[in-house]
Design a protein around this ligand. Structure first.
Ligand code: FAD
Length: 291
């Protein structure tokens, strides 16, 4: 399909956009930074009758603290996230994930709303959003609802979002003073590559290496992002010694449910999930000790 054959609408306000979404009866899809949309359009996978270009909706680009939580507009780019001193201080796991999205051009163009909207099990910001207990605000012309991130995705490329809705806000919880976070990724190349496996970790620490508990979310090892609950159970009230970390990594090998695809075999993904988790935990311990 040629660009000249497509219907592209560019609303100027969120209200206009929601109106268009409510009235448009043809198949439509939003386009924000376009980094996923253009690739999939060229591949013939996404060919809606109408594209709704939301790039100009400046009111959806923000990072702000409200009542102790952090609100992020869906049009916030990965570069905005990387450069945010609020997120560096209070949600470093998300900053580290944004740093791993493609190369600088993708970080400048690509948005967090687009990363969530694509709903890829390999999307890099999504595991970070899981460990930050994110909630996704969906708005239509007549309603607004807040969906916990673990109920938002229903499969690869699928979410609970309806055709007349759009993401208008992403709310995350801040990391506490004694919480440390890390994002680890294995991709086929150094940059511009989709994750083979990724993991986001937040640990809540007491003194020394004693861990009070934590959250672990893996990407690319199941149809959607998963929380590794069995691994998390082993974090509580232990000093994170080498033995314990190795044991948690073994549990991760069994807990993930990867498939074989063009990027890696299931077995390789299990090995790498286990190794990435161990590496993440060792790195977090080093960071905590040097704090
Ligand atoms: C070369 C290359 C390398 C890449 N590397 C990575 C990588 O390393 N890690 C990674 O995670 N991703 C990667 N990506 C994918 C992509 O860059 C990211 O997913 C990016 O965040 C998408 O944002 P966007 O604004 O460009 O989304 P778009 O392409 O504009 O949209 C993507 C989807 O989200 C929907 N959407 C956008 N905004 C909203 C909204 N407000 N409400 C509802 N739905 C919405 C759109 O309708 C569409 O379905 C890469 C892409 C390319 C081309």
């Amino acid at each position: 399909m040629l660009v000249s054959e497509m219907d592209i609408i560019s609303p100027q306000t969120v209200k206009d956009c929601l109106y268009i979404l409510s009235k448009n009866k043809t198949a439509h899809r939003l386009i924000a930074g376009g980094t996923d949309a253009v690739v999939r359009m060229k591949e013939g996978k996404w060919l809606p009758a109408t594209w709704i270009n939301i790039k100009g909706l400046k009111e959806l680009r923000y990072i702000k603290e409200i009542n102790g939580a952090i609100h992020i507009g869906p049009l916030t780019t990965h570069t905005d996230i990387i450069q945010s001193s609020l997120l560096q201080k209070k949600a470093n796991v998300l900053v580290e994930a944004a740093c791993e999205v493609g190369a600088v051009q993708m970080q400048n163009m690509g948005t967090i709303g687009g990363n969530i909207g694509t709903a890829s099990p390999a999307g890099d910001t999504i595991p970070a959003l899981y460990v930050l207990d994110a909630a996704i605000e969906l708005q239509s012309l007549s309603s607004k609802r807040l969906i916990p991130i673990n109920q938002f995705f229903t499969g690869p490329g699928r979410t609970v979002m309806k055709q007349n809705e759009m993401i208008t806000n992403i709310i995350i919880q801040q990391q506490a003073e004694n919480e440390i976070g890390i994002f680890q990724k294995l991709g086929p190349r150094k940059a511009q590559s989709i994750s083979i496996v990724n993991v986001a970790i937040i640990l809540s620490m007491a003194k020394d290496r004693e861990c009070l508990g934590g959250k672990i979310a893996f990407g690319s090892v199941a149809p959607t992002i998963i929380r590794a609950k069995k691994c998390e159970a082993l974090l509580s009230l232990h000093p994170l010694t080498e033995d314990i970390i190795e044991n948690i990594a073994k549990v991760a090998w069994k807990e993930v449910m990867p498939i074989t695809d063009g990027r890696a075999t299931a077995e390789y993904r299990r090995d790498m999930a286990s190794a990435l988790l161990a590496r993440g935990l060792y790195r977090l311990m080093r960071r905590w000790e040097s704090k």
